[in-house]
Design a binder for this molecule. Sequence first.
Ligand SMILES: [Zn+2]
Length: 183
Amino acid sequence: MYDAYMIEYVHQVNARAWGMRISVRVDGEVVVTTPRFVTKRMIDSFVATHTDWISRHVARARARTVMRIPRKDVATLKKHARELAESRCAHFARQYGLTYKKISIRAQKSRWGSCSTAGNLSFNYKIALLPPHLADYIVVHEICHLVHMNHSKKFWDLVAQTMPDHKKYRTELRRTHIVRARS
Ligand SMILES: [Zn+2]
């Protein structure tokens, strides 16, 4: 950890990097990547000229919830996600009077769910770690895509029939990041 005018950062050397680059990790850690032979003084002044950008991104990262999944838990979570998706899809499809074909559970990096034109639903296994109202929101969202394959006003009205607070849930979900642990 170094400190440039109050901003702490981790320095990473990448022999193939052409210039200096700043990034903010999902957990709010600031990383400066540079080519070899760049002095601390050069990095500090580079960071100092980007303090606004860094502060903005760090603040955004800190407003997030980050969960890390240990590798050994993935199989169990997939099983839980399937049970959850099957029971909640059945519940909401009944409420909407809709039917779907197949449910699949996937390991995706950033997608929570999807719905195909053939009527198949798929969900990220990470839904198993969400609070129930957010997992339900994802289920309702995909169920409503069985009717509207878009995000039109009609689509959101349909979502709102069972989830009047869906806007709040979307914000909450955007701030929730579940990632695989590095080890
Ligand atoms: Zn959608």
